[in-house]
Design a protein around this ligand. Structure first.
Ligand code: ZN
Length: 82
């Protein structure tokens, strides 16, 4: 897994924190919202990094479920091996 994740700032609608895109090589770029505070963007970056580490982009589950799991890991009552 790559450890060098590119980050770009874009003017996004304020309700969007950010997202991750994969380039043609499958390497991730985290897109952060230039309209948000630096602290918010750091949080968003770490959140997106978690998706990248979990390889969420290649998992077959619905994006909604992946989001729920990523945002509320404590609510996941199933044991899971690391
Ligand atoms: Zn997410």
């Amino acid at each position: 897994m790559t450890t060098d994740v590119r980050t770009v700032l874009q003017n996004l609608p304020v309700e969007i924190r950010g997202f991750t895109v994969l380039d043609e090589n499958g390497d991730p770029t985290v897109v952060l919202n230039a309209n948000h505070r630096r602290e918010t963007n750091i949080e968003t970056y770490l959140h997106e990094l978690e998706h990248i580490k979990r390889n969420d982009f290649h998992r077959p589950e619905m994006a909604d479920e992946i989001e729920a799991e990523a945002h509320f890991p404590a609510s996941n009552i199933k044991e899971r091996s690391i």
